[in-house]
Structures are given as C-alpha cells and as structure tokens.
Design a binder for this molecule. Structure first.
Ligand SMILES: *[C@@H]1O[C@H](CO)[C@@H](O)[C@H](O)[C@H]1NC(C)=O
Ligand SMILES: *[C@@H]1O[C@H](CO)[C@@H](O)[C@H](O)[C@H]1NC(C)=O
Length: 391
C-alpha cells in the first residue's frame, strides 16, 4: 500500500510545486490536489448507470454511524435494496481510478475540507464520511456539530472534513436549522460575512445551492448592510436573486481564496422527482433508462449557475471553480429517493402514514446516489480534465 501511495504522491509533487509557484496572475499551472488528468473532452457527469451487485454499495447502511434518520431507508422499512446496486460509468473518460479512501485521506493530510450548502450537500458530506471512515481506526476519528458547523476529524491525518449549513449561501432569516420560515423569507443581498467567515482558509471548498431557490415565488432581497430587515427590501424573480448571490460567492472566492493552494468545487442542482401528490418517485424500483429521461430540474436556474460559475467564468476568474455536474446523472434515479422510508421531525414513514403524498422525492437514501457524486468529486479533485484547468 505504502509503495503505491508514495508513487502517487511522488507523481503529485512536481505538480504541486508548479501550483505553488503559480503564474503571473496568480493562477496555478496545475490545479492544487491534481495528481493526474482526465482525457480531453471527458465530462464525468455524462455516462450511464450500470447494475453492479459485486461492487455496489460501497458500504452498508448499518455500518456507517454518521447517516441521519432522514436517510436510513432500510432501517425505516424500505422493502427493496436494488437502488444500492448501481454504479455510475462516465462515458469517454477512459479508465479513471476508482475512489480510494486511503489515497483521499493522504491527500487531505494537514488540510481542511469544507462542504457548504443545503441538506443535499449535507447528504453528500455524510456519504463522504461513510466512504472514508473505515480507513481510520475508531479511536482516531471524531465527529461533532456546533450550530451550523459539523466537524469530522481524522486525527492521524491532522485533517478535518466539515459541513457548514447555508442553504442559500447568502445570509437569510430562514437559516435556522429547524425553523425555515419559508413564507416570510428575506435574503440579504449584501456581502455574506456572517457565513463566509467560517469558510476562510479551507483547502477544499465544496458548495451547492439550488433547492431553496425553487419555491416558485418571487424572492425578497434586502439591499445594503442594514440590520433592520424591514428596510430596503426588493422583490425579484428567483433566477435573478440566484444570479445575484452566486455572483457574490464568486467575488468572495476571488478575494479570499488562494488558487495556488486551494480548490473550489460547485455541485450542481440535485433533481426532485415531482412534488406533492404527483410524487413520481413513490414506489419506483428502477432508474429511468436511456433517453426517456425527463427533466426534473429548472433549466433557467441551471443556466444561471453555468453562466456565473461554469465554463465561461473559468477563463477570466482568479479562482477556477470545478463544476461537479450531478444533475443529469441524478435525473435518471427516480428510484433512489427516501420516499416514505425515513424519519423526519420525529415522524416515521413506517409507523405513520405511507401515502404517495408523503413521499420525499428530493433527498436520497444512503448508500446511494450521493456516493456516486463523491466519485465525481474525487475525479474532479485529483484527475481534473483539461477544461477544468482552462487558464
Ligand atoms: C487504495 O490505494 C492504496 C494505496 O495506493 C492501495 O494499497 C489500496 O489497495 C487501494 N485500495 C483499493 C480498495 O483499491
Ligand atoms: C450540468 O448539466 C446539465 C445537464 O446536462 C446542463 O444543463 C448544465 O448546464 C450543466 N451545468 C453546468 C454548471 O455546467
């Protein structure tokens, strides 16, 4: 083991050196954390789900102590388990190395990795802890949550993997973990210091934000830095508010992240398969196949994220943002949501009602789809494509 690892790290060293030296404009020649590259034109988010009972799931639900009650589907009576047996196979990317917990931990030695976003991002965070924790002896890892921040420590590696709850990224009066106050929500349009002071100094930053912008109504934005929430409020369409806040995130990144040392990744929209009575995920046991896949995601919102953080940005921005595009791959997976097999706010699907209208078609069972998102993240971080490094 040690030998291969050393070889990988030795391979990485010159790149890291080059990255540390940077270019005139501060942009690194090689992205930090890169140990190799995906083939040109490879988009790891494009491909297909392959049934693979031998290789999936990557861990057992009961073996991972970090999965919250909202995501333990088997423990809450889900009768089928086939949703755990699908492996994501990118197309046109050659043979990418598979996710390896030891390699990842070694790369994170002495580092701080931070996820920032909503409950879907937290699901991905938990999935990563499940993927990594078995490579760490029980006595040398710990996990704690203080307010909006959860911290997992891998002590032997002097590494932390953290999650910071900020579903809109910007500050709002609905940030509280339990009481979301969707109806009277006001979002602060000014710089995001209250949240972002926790983000400073992260070596790997993985953020998302989409779901909370899709409530279907106009969004209230508080302009200026005034503390009086009743003053200077403007209403705008969700896309415009989303654009404004993503721009602020981008500006914050350019001002606060050192691109020669840190890596920033943005995880795109996680699709919801219907809502209310028409919950398309209810009772589903197989993915949608081939081209019959329907769109479950707002194209307008996707376009905004693409314009602000995607390809066009990378050419002029100080800090490149790697896009982990989970949208299309997840749209196929109507079968992998928690449905009614979960506990939320003290209510259990099994003990309580099990009607279609109660189904959660937004969140994902673990193990499941978020594990595949982390495989994408692994490739984006360690084997970025040439496009990710566009300088
Ligand atoms: C992970 O990588 C280490 C070091 O390169 C290697 O020894 C080990 O076999 C790999 N594990 C898996 C499951 O491939
Ligand atoms: C992610 O993929 C979707 C679907 O293929 C696409 O519409 C969207 O523009 C992509 N997003 C980004 C930020 O690249």
């Amino acid at each position: 083991m040690a030998k291969t690892l050393l070889a990988i790290l030795a391979l990485a060293a010159p790149f890291l050196l080059a990255a540390a030296q940077g270019e005139g404009g501060g942009r690194p020649e090689r992205l930090p954390f890169a140990v190799g590259a995906s083939p040109e034109g490879c988009d790891v988010g494009v491909g297909e789900w392959v049934r693979d009972e031998a290789a999936r799931p990557l861990y057992e639900e009961a073996s991972c102590p970090y999965i919250p009650q909202e995501l333990t589907c088997q423990a809450h009576g889900r009768p089928d388990a086939a949703y755990q047996n699908w492996r994501w196979q990118p197309r046109g990317c050659g043979e990418l190395p598979s996710f390896n917990a030891t390699v990842m931990l070694e790369m994170l030695r002495g580092k701080r990795m931070l996820f920032v976003g909503d409950s879907l991002n937290r699901g991905q965070y938990v999935s990563l802890l499940c993927l990594l924790h078995r490579a760490i002896p029980e006595g040398s890892r710990s996990f704690e949550t203080i307010d909006a921040l959860s911290i997992f420590r891998a002590k032997d590696y002097d590494a932390t993997i953290e999650f910071y709850w900020a579903p809109l990224l910007a500050e709002s009066n609905s940030d509280a973990a339990v009481e979301h106050r969707l109806e009277e929500r006001v979002i602060r349009g000014a710089p995001m210091d209250r949240h972002s002071r926790f983000w400073k100094g992260a070596d790997v930053l993985v953020f998302n934000s989409y779901l909370w912008w899709t409530t279907g109504t106009k969004i209230q934005i508080l302009r200026g830095a005034d503390n009086d929430m009743s003053k200077d409020i403007v209403e705008m369409p969700a896309e415009e508010a989303y654009r404004l806040v993503l721009h602020q995130v981008a500006n914050w990144l350019d001002a606060n992240v050192d691109p020669s040392k840190s890596r920033v990744l943005f995880v795109t929209a996680s699709p919801t398969h219907g809502g209310g009575k028409g919950n398309d995920c209810y009772g589903q046991k197989t993915p949608i196949t081939g081209d019959e896949h329907a769109s479950y995601t707002s194209r307008a919102m996707l376009k905004v994220a693409d314009e602000v953080l995607g390809g066009s940005r990378s050419r002029r921005a100080v800090v490149p943002v790697g896009v982990v595009n989970v949208t299309r791959m997840s749209e196929y997976r109507r079968d992998a949501h928690t449905q009614v097999y979960r506990e939320q706010w003290g209510k259990t699907g099994v003990a309580g009602k099990q009607e279609q209208s109660d189904a959660d078609c937004t969140h994902w069972c673990l193990p499941g789809v978020p594990d595949a998102w982390n495989e994408l993240l692994y490739w984006k971080l360690f084997f970025p494509a040439a496009d990710d490094q566009a300088l």
